[in-house]
Structures are given as structure tokens and as C-alpha cells.
Design a protein around this ligand. Structure first.
Ligand SMILES: NC(=O)c1ccc[n+]([C@@H]2O[C@H](COP(=O)([O-])OP(=O)(O)OC[C@H]3O[C@@H](n4cnc5c(N)ncnc54)[C@H](OP(=O)(O)O)[C@@H]3O)[C@@H](O)[C@H]2O)c1
Length: 294
């Protein structure tokens, strides 16, 4: 049966006891969400390619975590299909988290290239890192959740028995949160040039999110967060180092500032909790009003 929340009003946003995988979990947004989840009682496994960054981030997340929360990491290039399968197998094993309820895709990067200088190899690399990696993680973690997070008494249909050309018949639950951007629907006047590749990938993330929401129905909600310009490690060198100067970029917006990493945590809790059980195939923009007003 499709799920309907019947619990206590005060528990709708309670995510304690859940198990979350955060790809890009040593990056600006990913690490902040991992800290926020761990502080709220969620076991987390962070992942990205560089082991040293993961070890550093894991220590910070552990320092913020609620008592008894498990914080682990797994180095993986999410553009490598076999590596993602091995990552999924590790996460659901007892050595890992022993399951998965929430998948956050916070990986990706931007390399500005003007239309006359687009480098084909860089273009393909951005498509891989920003889109193909999400296709793999949504596929392998999403179907694992659908096959395994079943209600008591519900019997799992093994993949070998799925009918050809039909959807996965299992009805397991889960939450998937993909990082899109205000660039999925706005070129953004200020500093919006040189983004043909990046904007293309973010437009694709929006549609990938909606398509997976349809495919993984009815109990896995798939949504995206579309932040505004935020001074994360990805933006060092692309934005001015002075905070006041940076915020002046957004002076015309309702919020009158650019984003901070903490701004994505509210939507990340909402989209991981029962409070969002009827929200799927959507993008939430913690953007200070940019999408509405530009
Ligand atoms: N900052 C902004 O202004 C902004 C605004 C809107 C949307 N976004 C989006 O938000 C997401 C997070 O960005 P951020 O600003 O937090 O950037 P960030 O600090 O650079 O973090 C990105 C993370 O992705 C990981 N990553 C990159 N390629 C990967 C791959 N192939 N496999 C696994 N992990 C990979 C990186 O680690 P490794 O290099 O070690 O793999 C890093 O941990 C991105 O999708 C970005 O497009 C950012």
C-alpha cells in the first residue's frame, strides 16, 4: 500500500534511527548535511573519491553526532558502475550501516567554459560526475530500498522473478535527495555566463529526479534541492574571498545575501522525514527568492 503518515504531529520531522548515505559527503553541502543528520540521530556513511578528505570530514561529523550514532566513510568514484555496486553492498552489510533509508547525492562540480572554448573531455566528465553518477546511485540504492525496506509481512519479489519490461513490483520505502541548483531553471544574470555544461547537467538532474520518482513509486520519494550560489569548496576561486563583497552579488534578491551551507539542512531534514511523504518529483530551492524574482 502507498504509505500515509498516521503518527504523532510532533514526530513528523523525526529522522532519528534512520540510516543515510551521503555521496559527496566530504564536500561543502554533503558534510554539512551529514553533520546535521548525525546530530539528529541518523547513522551516516559519507563517500567521495579522496580518502584523506573523507577521514577529515568523518572526524568533524563524529564530533557533532548524537550519542550512539554510527559515522563511517567509503571511498568511491560514483561514475564507476562496479564501484557503486560494491559501495552499496558495503553500506547494507553489517560492517557498513546494515541498511539504507536515505540517499543524498551531493556530488558534482562546475568548470566554467565559454561557448567558444567548450572542451569535449571536460564536458563529458561533467556529465559523468553530475548526472551519470546519480543514475548509478539512484539505481543501485533506490532499487535496494524498494526490494528490502518492506513492511512487516510483505514478501519480497526477487529480481530474478520481475516480469520483463515491467516496473519493480516491490514496495519498499526510502528517501532520495539529489543536488540540483538554481541553474536547473535559471541562467542567473549575474555571473551566469560560461555555464553551458553546468546548467545542462543541472537541467538533467531535475528531470532525472522526476523520472526516478515515477519509477521507484509508491513509497520512495525522490526530490531535489536546488541551492543558490554558496561559498563551498567548489566555489573557492569562482567567488570573491570577501564575505560582504560576495553577499553584494545577491543584493537585489529578497534574502539580500548568497547561500550558506546551513541553508540546505532544513530542506534535507524535511525531505528525509515523514513530513514529506506526499512530496515527490519536486525541487526545493533554498535560494533566497532567486528563482521567483530573476
Ligand atoms: N556551491 C554552490 O554554489 C552550489 C549551488 C548549487 C548547487 N550546487 C551543487 O551542490 C552539490 C555539492 O556541491 P558543493 O558546493 O558542496 O561542492 P564541493 O564542496 O566541491 O563538494 C562536492 C563533492 O563531490 C565529490 N565528488 C565529485 N566528483 C565525484 C565522483 N565522481 N564520485 C564521488 N564523489 C565525487 C567531491 O569529492 P572528491 O573530489 O573527493 O570526489 C566533493 O566531496 C553539487 O552537485 C553542486 O553542483 C552547488
Amino acid at each position: 500500500m502507498p504509505k500515509v503518515y498516521t503518527g504523532d504531529y510532533t514526530k513528523m520531522f523525526d529522522i532519528s534511527g534512520k540510516k543515510a548515505v551521503i555521496v559527496g559527503g566530504a564536500g561543502g553541502f554533503g558534510e554539512k548535511i551529514a553533520e546535521c543528520y548525525a546530530a539528529n540521530g541518523v547513522d551516516v556513511c559519507i563517500s567521495s573519491r579522496k580518502e584523506d578528505k573523507l577521514v577529515e570530514a568523518e572526524a568533524k561529523i563524529k564530533a557533532a553526532a548524537a550519542e550512539g550514532v554510527k559515522v563511517i566513510h567509503y571511498a568511491c568514484d560514483a561514475t564507476d558502475e562496479q564501484a557503486v555496486i560494491a559501495f552499496r553492498d558495503f553500506v547494507v552489510s553489517e560492517e557498513g550501516l546494515g541498511g539504507c533509508d536515505i540517499l543524498v547525492n551531493a556530488q558534482g562540480y562546475n568548470k566554467k567554459m565559454f561557448s567558444w572554448e567548450i572542451d569535449t573531455e571536460v564536458w563529458k566528465g561533467m556529465l559523468d560526475a553530475n548526472i551519470t553518477s546519480m543514475m548509478y546511485t539512484c539505481r543501485y540504492f533506490g532499487n535496494w530500498m524498494k526490494n528490502n525496506n518492506l513492511d512487516e509481512g510483505e514478501v519480497q519479489v526477487p529480481e530474478s522473478e520481475f516480469a520483463q519490461g515491467q516496473a519493480n513490483p516491490n514496495k519498499g520505502y526510502g528517501k532520495i535527495i539529489n543536488f540540483s541548483s538554481v541553474r536547473d531553471c535559471r541562467i542567473v544574470a549575474n555571473g551566469g555566463m560560461g555555464n553551458v555544461a553546468y546548467n545542462t547537467t543541472k537541467g538533467a538532474v531535475q528531470m532525472l529526479t522526476k523520472a526516478y520518482a515515477s519509477d521507484l513509486r509508491p513509497n520512495i520519494q525522490v526530490n531535489a534541492i536546488g541551492p543558490t550560489i554558496t561559498y563551498t569548496p567548489m566555489m573557492v576561486g569562482l567567488l570573491p574571498p570577501d564575505e560582504t563583497v560576495r553577499n553584494n552579488i545577491a543584493a537585489a534578491l529578497p534574502a539580500q545575501r548568497i547561500g550558506y551551507e546551513i541553508d540546505v539542512c532544513g530542506p534535507a531534514i524535511f525531505l528525509a522525514s515523514a513530513a514529506s511523504d506526499m512530496v515527490t518529483a519536486s525541487v526545493i530551492y533554498p535560494d533566497g527568492g532567486l528563482v521567483a524574482t530573476s
